[in-house]
Design a protein around this ligand. Structure first.
Ligand SMILES: Cc1cc2nc3c(=O)[nH]c(=O)nc-3n(C[C@H](O)[C@H](O)[C@H](O)COP(=O)(O)O)c2cc1C
Length: 176
């Protein structure tokens, strides 16, 4: 096969995550696509534009949540990824719950949730790299099989960068 050069980053696919923070006491959620486990999963890393409304709450409380939506939440996810809390109230799109950190709002409808505390903020103007320690993780009981996470039951939304920028479904498990 011939190789062709393509512009951009092709580390694909990536999970679609809804990151949450309390801004002025209200939950606000945005879509974060540039997100990754870090420090072998003990931490999370993501890129956040400084103009995002959610950033205000992350800086104020130094906490955030990461929520993995199912395909059934595609429409709600699109709203969180296109409307800003600055001029659109996203606090009642989902049912919010809290865990150990009282300032990291999590989405009950999402089957996977994590609450995180910020450990470092990297300035990459006009955005920031946010690093957070995973304080606690939660899953819906119906995505567990023999107490282990079965991603086929989560039906996560996944997306792609490097020119594609579309949403996809997870495929089948092929080994084990
Ligand atoms: C698929 C997708 C991925 C996105 N990834 C990021 C991201 O990694 N970082 C970021 O700052 N914004 C990202 N956004 C944009 C924000 O989700 C969007 O601007 C949102 O409306 C900001 O909300 P807020 O102002 O209430 O925080 C993404 C949007 C979509 C649809």
């Amino acid at each position: 096969m011939m190789k062709e050069e393509i512009r951009g980053n092709v580390l694909n696919p990536l999970p679609v995550a809804l990151v949450g923070a309390l801004v002025d006491g209200k939950p606000n959620y945005l879509v974060i696509g540039y997100i990754s486990p870090f420090n072998f999963g003990k931490h999370i890393f993501f890129s956040l534009y400084k103009k995002r409304y959610t950033r205000i709450g992350i800086h104020e409380n130094m906490t955030f949540s990461v929520n993995i939506p199912s395909e059934s939440l595609l429409e709600e996810t699109k709203v969180c990824g296109s409307k800003s809390g600055r001029n659109y109230d996203k606090s009642s799109i989902f049912d919010t719950f809290f865990g150990e950190l009282k300032t990291a709002p999590m989405i009950r409808e999402c089957p996977l949730n994590m609450e995180c505390e910020v450990t470092e903020i990297l300035d990459y103007d006009p955005n920031e790299g946010i690093i957070g320690r995973v304080v606690k993780s939660y899953v819906d009981s119906d995505v567990l099989v023999d107490s282990k996470l079965d991603m086929r039951k989560v039906h996560p939304l996944i997306w792609t960068i490097g020119g594609d920028f579309n949403y996809y479904q997870l495929g089948n498990r092929i080994d084990g």
